[in-house]
Design a protein around this ligand. Structure first.
Ligand code: ADP
Ligand code: MG
Length: 203
């Protein structure tokens, strides 16, 4: 894949109420692009440093000047993705981490002002750009799929009738895809928001 560009970001979330009640200590610090981990059992040891494209400090709240908000994360990561998509590149984003690490919060967030994750912000911006660049000799089509892979099973969240078990196949040119996954045409962010609601109910 010549020219493919990969960016990696790490984010620390606030403590959960369970972590607070157990008096958990935060062993992570973010310094610029660097994530620093200290071993609480070996405090004499130097912190271990790992550098990424972004290291987000979201352990505190907006009042902290070092705090990385949903908006900030979107501006860094989502805006660049959208730019490349409009340049004609395939873009992909995924979140990795144990349960409760904050994947859903970062990707989808909550439906409250300032709490939306990367995906809804990106979809909103996508239609803003489409509207801006509308011209007689240009047309856009946007299609949405929404699926879940759980216990090795692929489920189409936009087709409630399909009871799981879709097949992942590989196209010789287009690469991996999910066979028979539904793709719904949309013309506005509101359409996507409705589909996300439907899909979430099917989970
Ligand atoms: P995952 O999807 O990785 O299992 P979640 O996104 O559901 O984890 O996050 C677990 C909990 O922590 C949720 O209640 C979520 O709202 C909260 N949370 C995660 N990241 C943040 C963050 N950056 N700021 C505030 N709350 C967060
Ligand atoms: Mg989740």
């Amino acid at each position: 894949m010549s020219g493919a560009s990969v960016k990696v970001a790490v984010r620390v979330r606030p403590f959960s109420s369970r972590e607070i009640s157990r008096d958990a200590k935060c062993v992570i610090q973010m310094q610029g692009k660097t994530t620093c981990i200290t071993n609480p059992k070996l405090t004499k040891d130097a912190p271990k440093n790992f550098t990424f494209d972004y290291s987000y400090w979201s352990h505190t709240s907006e009042e902290d000047s070092a705090f990385a908000s949903q908006r900030q994360v979107y501006k860094d990561i989502g805006e660049e993705m959208l730019l490349h998509a409009f340049e004609g590149y395939n873009v992909c984003i995924f979140a990795y981490g144990q349960t409760g690490a904050g994947k859903s919060y970062t990707m989808m967030g909550r439906q409250e002002p300032g709490q939306q994750g990367i995906i809804p912000q990106l979809c909103e911006d996508l239609f803003a750009r489409v509207t801006e660049s509308r011209s007689p000799d240009l047309s856009y089509s946007v299609e949405v799929s929404y699926m879940e892979i759980y216990c090795e099973r692929v489920r189409d969240l936009l087709n409630p009738k399909s009871r799981g078990h879709l097949r992942v196949r590989e196209h010789p040119i287009m690469g991996p895809y999910v066979e028979d996954l539904s793709k719904l045409a949309v013309t506005s962010f509101a359409d996507i928001a409705d589909l996300m609601d439907c899909g979430n109910k099917a989970r």
